[in-house]
Design a binder for this molecule. Structure first.
Ligand code: SF4
Ligand code: SF4
Length: 295
């Protein structure tokens, strides 16, 4: 199975809207499965009208641990509070207490406790599951619980789920989180092609360069889509010049269109909301498939 990842250095550029429409157009020609790897703010399935109550499966997931103190064994020496880099423990009535949203599960407190009074236990820090779109393909998704960490491991579980439910699929379409952090790195690893969605602004350009560093680290083929290209002609041309200089394929230039927002509000991919986008996304699909076929 080949995998295509849609990512963007910054949020709000239309990445998930574009990923949803790419999924629709690709599903007409290939058997696909989607993986929504934006586990902090998963919304790919929402663009298909799928809230979690409509999922086929939605279950708790544990990819992280948390410290638990045995107050009987604890002598209140305070070593754990002293050594916790994340300042997640505080003394209360002479015994350590875990602060809400503080523990990163690093295990240092367990190592330094002379009484073996503190240990790590698995916690349910996310939900994972999948839904079926009206177009017929499956979307694997997960949501990190508020204030929890371990997003990279949760992304790994989403991709694993997508492999399971899309065993007979030819193509996995991955919607990554915005930015360049741990969940993005976990999403990009192992992909065959990266589609970078960029908006022509100073921050859009700067964040594109940072996202490209990750893509290039993994030596993945890439192309860019300049979204809202007519909002800033100077930066749009700057991005195109950069792409030409670096031999990066410009897959499409999409103008600013309020229909993107309306389609999102109606929970319908833009390609289904406005048929004028059919040739745009079919063009992107053909370029992507040609590039994947070249190996
Ligand atoms: S596991 Fe790490 S972060 Fe959590 S309380 Fe212990 S030392 Fe602090
Ligand atoms: S290091 Fe162990 S004994 Fe000391 S305060 Fe922490 S839990 Fe209690």
């Amino acid at each position: 199975m080949k995998s295509i990842i849609v990512l963007s250095g910054k949020g709000g550029v239309g990445k998930s809207s574009i990923a949803a429409s790419l999924a629709v157009v690709m599903s007409r020609n290939s058997k696909i499965v989607c993986a929504d790897c934006d586990v902090d703010a998963s919304n790919l399935s929402l663009l298909f009208g799928l809230t979690t109550d409509k999922y086929v499966e939605w279950r708790p997931l544990s990819t992280n641990q948390e410290a638990v103190v045995d107050k009987e064994k604890c002598t209140g020496c305070g070593r754990c509070t002293e050594f916790c880099y994340f300042n997640a423990l505080e003394l209360e009535d002479g015994k350590p207490r875990l602060k809400k949203f503080g523990c990163e599960g690093c295990g240092v407190c367990e190592l330094v406790c002379p009484e073996k009074a503190i240990k790590l236990v698995n916690i349910e820090n996310a939900y994972v599951g999948y839904a079926r779109s009206r177009e017929g393909f499956f979307i694997a998704s997960a949501q990190l619980q508020p204030g929890n960490s371990g997003s990279g491991k949760v992304v790994f579980e989403v991709k694993k789920k997508a492999m399971q439910i899309g065993m007979d699929a030819d193509l996995m379409l991955i919607d990554a989180a915005a930015g360049i952090g741990c969940p993005v790195i976990a999403s990009v690893a192992g992909a065959d092609y990266a589609v970078l969605v960029i908006e022509p602004t100073p921050s859009g350009y700067a964040d594109m360069l940072r996202a490209l560093e990750i893509v290039d680290h993994f030596k993945i083929k890439k192309g860019i889509i300049i979204n809202k290209h007519d909002l800033n002609k100077r930066f749009s041309e700057k991005i195109e010049s950069f792409a030409k200089e670096k031999n990066i394929n410009v897959l499409a230039k999409i103008p600013f269109d309020k229909n993107f927002v309306t389609a999102m509000t109606c929970m319908i991919p833009i390609i289904e909301y406005d048929k004028e986008y059919e040739p745009v996304f079919e063009g992107i699909r053909q370029k992507l498939m040609a590039s994947l076929a070249r190996g």
